[in-house]
Design a protein around this ligand. Structure first.
Ligand SMILES: C[S@@+](CC[C@H](N)C(=O)[O-])C[C@H]1O[C@@H](n2cnc3c(N)ncnc32)[C@H](O)[C@@H]1O
Length: 204
């Protein structure tokens, strides 16, 4: 099967620099800081900046992505930091998400999914949460189309509060934070940006 999207991501990652930087996403950092480490799944983790940071905090991390080029860089970053990641090379829309397996599921800027694929992915992610486990997600809102500092240009790939509330209505204690801020995430996400984050918990 030809995967033009995979070839495009591999070409973007084929550089010595880390396209989205080596520091973890700031929203993840704030939301995960208070959680006791356990098993974490980082969906579309790319070059591993979030997975590696979680591993440094004591989490056992599965880092899922379909780009072998990104995963080689994730492994190198983990080695430099003295931690390890369980790298899984797979399509996030087709992966067989193990049920009730993770205390934390992380989804940072995976807005490549069409609305139909997004449902498959999010259904798998929720299934993979243990009872009491947390989902932490961040993406761009439609206001990002004014900034053009990263993210997709197709409005159906962007997130609104209503979309997130309805998609994750089965989860408890939702915290939704929508903000405009300056991102410094490598060359890929740089400058004034309109983002929305969700943290929510699967019921016990
Ligand atoms: C915008 S990057 C974000 C990477 C990472 N979450 C971060 O914030 O640094 C999107 C990531 O999704 C991956 N990706 C795109 N489509 C995918 C798919 N169908 N299955 C798995 N990974 C995919 C790309 O390889 C890339 O690493």
């Amino acid at each position: 099967m030809t995967r033009p999207d995979l070839a495009r991501w591999n070409a973007r990652f084929d550089t010595d620099d880390y396209l989205f930087g080596e520091a973890p996403n700031a929203f993840l950092r704030t939301q995960a800081a208070a959680l006791a480490p356990g098993r974490a799944l980082c969906v579309a983790d790319g070059e591993g900046r979030s997975g590696v940071w979680l591993a440094e905090q004591g989490w056992e991390v599965v880092s899922l992505d379909f780009s072998d080029v990104a995963q080689r860089k994730a492994a190198a970053l983990a080695a430099r930091r003295g931690v390890s990641l369980d790298l899984v090379l797979a399509d996030v829309h087709a992966w067989d998400y193990p049920p009730a397996a993770f205390d934390l599921v992380v989804d940072i800027f995976s807005q490549f999914s069409t609305p139909a694929d997004r449902l498959l992915k999010w259904d798998g992610m929720v299934r993979a949460l243990k009872p009491g486990g947390w989902l932490v997600l961040q993406g761009y809102t439609p206001d990002q189309l004014r900034h053009r500092t990263g993210g997709p240009s197709d409005p159906t790939h962007l997130y609104t509060e209503d979309l997130l509330r309805s998609a994750f209505a089965m989860l408890d204690q939702p915290r939704i934070i929508e903000e405009e801020l300056t991102l410094h995430e490598g060359a890929g996400h740089r400058g004034m940006s309109a983002v929305i984050g969700l943290a929510a918990r699967r019921g016990l």
